[in-house]
Design a protein around this ligand. Structure first.
Ligand code: ZN
Length: 357
């Protein structure tokens, strides 16, 4: 795990199970650990097999739907709670429904763990903000300067133009987005613009759960789960892993748009060559948001996780005390990395993994 030793006065430790905050007795997004694990959100690489988890109510519901019932201590956003020797608060991470940053306040300082996050709009989450802290543990998936994304409203307009163009050519617009998070954001942007959408079951099941949790999808467009042969003149919203299946390939005339931050990968042209458009609509912070986070947190010690090791070097060059902690011990990811793709092998250079998105 860590490529450097943590200072003895750090609020963070590393155990064989991953990152650990002793003051609160919490492992961070550990696949399994004795005791209690903080689950930042319900993507498969963050779900935990631990006996007891701490998370938001929404993440508890999504986690339960995906992994079965768990002893969950739920904490709504912005509700300080005593845990061990610390006060713990969860803040919106705006990554997907329920996604949270963890703030641990102790007598010897404050630690923040971002989990996966973005600073941009998410229709299913309160606006995220950068919490002030002494020690920051931050994800850095897009920690290279090439990954600076256009404003979301520009990208959403491009998505709408793509759909209009496909319909104008009597083609089925196919939008690829993974099941939790991006799938619902895509559906929100499609139905609110008036498109009727057919939704792949893996995405639709989680859409239903969003509705049950109080997050309906806006009209005037409608959405319905996919049934074979019944797409009609509607948008097909499906997961990247179905791109080469009969469901997509047998559509007589189609245009494919993939939503992923890896659109700016240097090999994207080749990786996504059978897509007509790749839009960097991402649920991760882009490079500028990452640097802003480091700066505005006020942290005097920064640990980077996921993403390129070079991001910590870049932060050091900007004057921050930053070290890379390597990947979490999670092995399976589904967000920007595609279903069932190992994060540890999915650095930006790994075209095979990217191709599986
Ligand atoms: Zn995620």
């Amino acid at each position: 795990m860590p490529r450097h030793s943590l200072p003895t006065d750090s609020l963070l430790q590393v155990t064989p199970h991953g990152l650990f905050v002793p003051a609160a007795g919490l492992h961070l997004d550990a696949r399994w650990a004795p005791g209690t694990v903080f689950v930042s959100h319900a993507h498969s690489d963050h779900c935990s097999g631990a006996d007891r988890i701490v998370c938001t109510p929404e993440t508890a519901a999504l986690h339960s739907a995906r992994r079965g019932p768990r002893d969950a201590m739920v904490m709504p956003f912005e509700t300080p709670t005593r845990l061990g020797d610390a006060e713990v608060v969860l803040h919106s991470a705006a990554h997907c429904l329920g996604a949270a940053m963890l703030e641990v306040r102790t007598d010897s300082g404050t630690l923040v763990y971002t989990g996966d996050y973005k600073l941009r709009f998410n229709p299913f989450a309160p606006a995220s903000r950068i919490p002030r802290c002494d020690e920051l543990v931050m994800e850095c998936t897009f920690g290279e300067p090439r990954y600076v994304f256009p404003p979301d409203d520009v990208l959403v307009r491009q998505l709408h133009a793509f759909v209009d163009s496909a319909f104008a050519q009597d083609a089925t617009p196919v939008v690829l987005a993974y099941a939790l998070g991006k799938g619902q954001e895509a559906l929100y942007h499609l139905t609110s613009h008036g498109y009727d959408v057919v939704v792949h079951g893996a995405i639709a099941n989680l859409c239903k759960l969003h509705v049950e949790l109080g997050h309906p999808f806006p009209g005037p467009g409608t959405w319905t789960p996919y049934r074979r042969g019944e797409v009609g003149r509607r948008v097909l919203l499906t997961t990247p892993s179905t791109r080469k299946t009969a469901m997509v390939q047998r559509l007589p005339n189609k245009r494919i748009c993939h939503l992923t931050g890896w659109a700016y990968h240097p090999g994207a042209h080749n990786i996504y060559k059978d897509c007509d458009m790749v839009l960097p609509l991402s649920d991760h912070a882009d490079y500028d948001e990452l640097v802003r986070t480091a700066r505005e947190s006020g942290a005097t010690r920064i640990h980077t996780v996921h993403g390129p090791e070079s991001f910590a070097e870049r932060l050091r060059a900007l004057g921050f005390a930053a070290e890379h902690l390597g990947a979490h011990p999670q092995t399976v990811s589904e967000d920007e990395f595609g279903d069932g793709v190992s994060r540890s092998t999915t650095r930006a250079q790994d075209q095979h993994s990217l191709d599986l998105q």
